[in-house]
Design a protein around this ligand. Structure first.
Ligand code: AMP
Length: 399
């Protein structure tokens, strides 16, 4: 694999897989452009070297071929602005075929071509070889900067790499930074290593917890998923979220942790509410004594104190999933306090990685994104990485 930073793109047509799968409102305005912004440095380096960039991405989940709602043409103007306004950005209304080939061949150094949604072809998600080969012909260098889809063995994210020699395929700057920070946490962590796992469902997080049991010193469990653990150990959780079919799994995780000398921390106290609503009545009570009709919607004051102390003593921190229903003001304090503890620990030298949709939304909400070491753009990809899986998008380039 080639090294992006030292590669000179002068005269090259770089085919760049980006993740421009951004949310759009009803009138096709981008409501969150984080993913586009994250890949701008990669595009700029290619252009500044004197190369041209052919960008390919998916957008949404189109079911039956081309669909205006999922067209990448809605992104062209914003991409043009983010590149500074002076760069020519062309659009091809297909990702393969005559127009794409012609526009790509006429592209001059310093220019950008955005291809139409890859998922207008079912071959993309199927990882079809001949589709990948057609895409590969558009450029002479392949750059993968789409960490968000690195866990998919799709034509443009993995299969395409086979059509480029080792010295003509590489990670882009975003992908490189994502992989480096994930590796730093999973394979080069300094102890104590604390993983903070929250969110709604235990079932989504079992594999990640099991893999972290091999590496972390402390695992903090918060959010709705904590109550399955509390119930499994004999606690009374009222109407809190619970996955009854996972009670046994929860006990097995706690047992494994004991054997491996990993401390699992459940919230001793919770903010409980008499209904799932912003105007609910609330109380701070022990998490294992939630009365019937009440539910735990955030971690309580004592839990915040204990969790914060563990976090501020840690040297490596991984955070995935909120501690409560942080979307409602009454239940945001736990997530906010944990975000502040992660920020404090980072300021004291810890390496902190925040990833997975809702925890990223939380650090953004509390304006703490620049106070942690790295905020990942990859939700599912990051989770799979921490589950210990090999990501096809990374493997295809690493060889
Ligand atoms: P996940 O996608 O699994 O990370 O879950 C994130 C969602 O879990 C957020 O929308 C939170 O509002 C929700 N959540 C967190 N804590 C709780 C809780 N105690 N009860 C119900 N939902 C929760």
């Amino acid at each position: 694999m080639a090294d992006f930073s030292s590669f000179n793109f002068s005269g090259h047509k770089a085919l760049v897989r980006v993740d421009f799968n951004v949310p759009l409102d009803d009138t096709f305005n981008i409501t969150d452009d984080t993913r586009i912004k994250a890949t701008i440095p990669t595009i700029k380096k290619i252009l500044n070297d004197g190369g041209s960039a052919i960008l390919m991405s998916h957008l949404g989940r189109p079911k039956n071929g081309p669909d205006d709602k999922y067209s990448l043409k809605h992104l062209v103007n914003h991409l043009h602005e983010l590149l500074g306004g002076a760069t020519k950005v062309f659009f091809a209304n297909d990702c393969i075929g005559g127009q794409a080939t012609l526009t790509a061949s006429m592209l001059k150094p310093g220019e950008v071509l955005l291809l139409e949604n890859l998922r207008f072809y079912k071959e993309e998600e199927k990882g079809d070889k001949s589709f990948a080969e057609k895409l590969s012909r558009l450029g002479d260098v392949y750059v993968n900067d789409a960490f968000g889809t690195a866990h998919r063995a799709h034509a443009s994210t993995a299969i395409i790499a086979d059509f480029f020699p080792a010295d003509k395929k590489m990670f882009g700057l975003l992908m490189e930074a994502e992989v480096k920070s994930a590796e730093k946490v999973l394979h080069q962590s300094q102890q104590p290593f604390c993983a903070i796992i929250g969110g709604a469902k235990v079932s989504d997080k079992i594999l990640i917890i099991e893999n972290l049991l091999e590496r972390a010193t402390d695992i903090i469990i918060g959010g709705g998923m904590a109550y399955t653990f509390v119930k499994a150990t004999g606690g009374k959780i009222g109407n809190s979220l619970c996955e009854d079919d996972r009670l046994q799994t929860a006990l097995e995780i706690l047992e494994k942790a004991k054997q491996k000398n990993v401390s699992i921390h459940l919230p001793e106290t919770s903010i409980i509410a008499d209904k799932f609503a912003a105007d609910a009545n609330t109380k701070d009570c022990p998490s294992d004594q939630v009365p019937d009709g009440w539910m735990g919607l955030d971690i309580g004051g004592k839990a915040i104190g204990i969790f914060s102390e563990i976090i501020t003593k840690s040297k490596t921190i991984l955070w995935n999933g909120p501690m409560g229903v942080f979307e409602m003001e009454k239940f945001q304090n736990g997530t906010k306090s944990i975000a502040l503890a992660v920020a404090e620990s980072t300021a004291n030298g810890a390496f902190s990685l925040v990833g997975g949709g809702d925890s990223v939304a939380a650090v953004n909400k509390f304006n703490l994104a620049d106070k942690v070491s790295y905020v990942s753009t990859g939700g599912g990809a990051l989770l799979e990485y921490f589950e210990g899986k090999i990501l096809p998008g990374i493997a295809a380039i690493n060889g």
